[in-house]
Write a protein that binds this ligand. Structure first.
Ligand SMILES: N[C@@H](CCC(=O)N[C@@H](CS)C(=O)NCC(=O)O)C(=O)O
Length: 204
């Protein structure tokens, strides 16, 4: 049986869809409507947390959490990983940082209503914005041509997905190395291909 990705364009499922293409793994995409994700019984049975991405594995089991899905794919293919032990340590560190710190704070910034009452919303936006800048500085200090060393890895697709949400709100403007990385990833063939597929899905 083919893999199935449950997701929606411009959400965390982009990370997974980029990797399926980059690793040449066949899949079917199941569109999950934002309005249904927390109420559709079928979705909640798979993921009681009511979030995407989720993946149906060829053995019929489901996997949730972007980090776990990325590691599942990398273990299967043993590709898109750095080659030295030092770089592998950096890879694990940045993957943990992105999934457990950077991704959640972006959600706080864009969806304050999911976390606090209206009267506290502005405060949450300001505080999460400050933390976002601290995180962007952390990345700016580390990043070179790619997230890890001089080779493309899965971390680049993960980071690009998160930066894509921030870019349109001018978050990247004072981070020249991050902006440079972002511009280069916009020309990555896998990203171009997946974005075209996503646009085609929108018009169907
Ligand atoms: N820790 C999860 C976060 C997933 C997540 O929050 N996904 C968002 C989309 S980017 C979502 O489905 N939100 C729907 C909601 O919470 O109502 C992961 O890494 O997969």
């Amino acid at each position: 049986m083919k893999y199935q990705i449950y997701g929606r364009s411009e959400t965390g499922s982009d990370i997974i869809e980029y990797l399926f293409h980059e690793l040449s793994i066949d899949y079917e995409f199941i569109e999950v409507d934002e309005k249904n994700v927390k109420s559709d019984e079928k979705i909640l049975k798979i993921n009681p947390l009511g979030r995407v991405p989720m993946v149906k594995l060829p053995d019929g089991k489901f996997l949730i959490e972007s980090l776990a899905i990325v590691y599942h794919l990398l273990k299967r293919e043993n590709h898109l990983l750095p080659s030295t032990e030092t770089e592998m340590n950096e890879f694990h560190q940045i993957m943990a940082f992105m999934s457990s710190s950077f991704y959640p704070i972006i959600l706080l910034f864009y969806h304050p209503d999911h976390y606090v009452s209206d009267k506290n919303s502005e405060d949450l936006i300001t505080k999460s914005q400050n933390i976002l800048h601290r995180y962007l500085n952390f990345i700016e200090d580390k990043i070179g041509e790619f997230v890890i060393g001089n080779e493309l890895s899965a971390a680049d697709f993960y980071l690009f997905t998160l930066l894509f949400w921030l870019e349109e709100d001018h978050f990247l403007e004072n981070y020249p190395k991050i902006q440079n990385f972002y511009n280069k990833m916009l020309e990555n063939q896998t990203i171009i291909k997946v974005r075209n597929i996503q646009n085609e899905r929108k018009t169907v």
